[in-house]
Design a protein around this ligand. Structure first.
Ligand SMILES: [Ca+2]
Ligand SMILES: [Ca+2]
Length: 197
């Protein structure tokens, strides 16, 4: 019986199996809080076998954060939060937040490239996003994901990381309202199926 988890841990992850599925790169300051505490990244195992995340790395090319041991089931998601205590304070404790070590790979509020590496250094996923992604045609200022409450979500998790496959979350089961406009503020779908998937 002891061999079973060992065999699972030896499954080699390949690009496409584990993807960056959602990011909160610019948390809404008035309702959620500052970037240093409330940024987060969601990963999804879109493969067919459990994947061991131990030793995987997320980086923007500068800071590097290393994932600690966690066996992620197929079709399951986890969240990596800049500040776990702040995250659970806002989103509750029912979401799987996994531990990491190193330095948080800060998510730029303008544009950034987020890289996910396997424990052997292979690039598993690469997301070069921009704050112009999801900008409504009628709005020339900011997208809903750019500090207005929404996260940036991937639409087809097995598709490309191009602008047409990412958009602001539209889940309106929202925990707070914008103090200036009174509109409901959505904080994305960490740990859950994306609202636009
Ligand atoms: Ca940010
Ligand atoms: Ca999600």
């Amino acid at each position: 019986m002891l061999l079973f988890p060992l065999l699972i841990s030896l499954v080699m992850v390949v690009p496409g199996d584990l993807v960056i599925s959602e990011i909160m790169y610019n948390p809404d300051g008035p309702t959620l809080g500052i970037d240093d505490q409330y940024e987060w990244i969601e990963l999804c195992n879109v493969g067919t076998v459990p994947l061991q995340l131990d030793g995987m790395m997320l980086s923007d090319g500068g800071n590097q954060l290393f994932l600690e041991a966690y066996l992620l089931d197929a079709s399951s998601r986890v969240v990596i939060a800049a500040d776990e205590e702040a995250f659970t304070g806002s989103y509750g404790t029912g979401i799987t937040v996994i531990p990491w070590d190193g330095v948080w790979t800060k998510l730029s509020n303008s544009s950034d490239t987020l890289l996910l590496y396997s424990s052997t250094g292979q690039v598993l996923d690469e997301l070069a996003y921009s704050d112009t992604w999801g900008l409504a045609a009628s709005d020339t200022t900011r997208s809903e994901a750019d500090g207005r409450g929404s996260s940036l979500e991937k639409i087809n998790l097995k598709g490309t990381n191009t602008e047409d496959n990412w958009a602001p979350s539209i889940d309106w089961a929202c925990p707070d309202t914008d103090p200036e406009t009174g509109d409901p503020v959505c904080w994305g779908t960490p740990g859950s199926v994306n609202s636009i998937e």
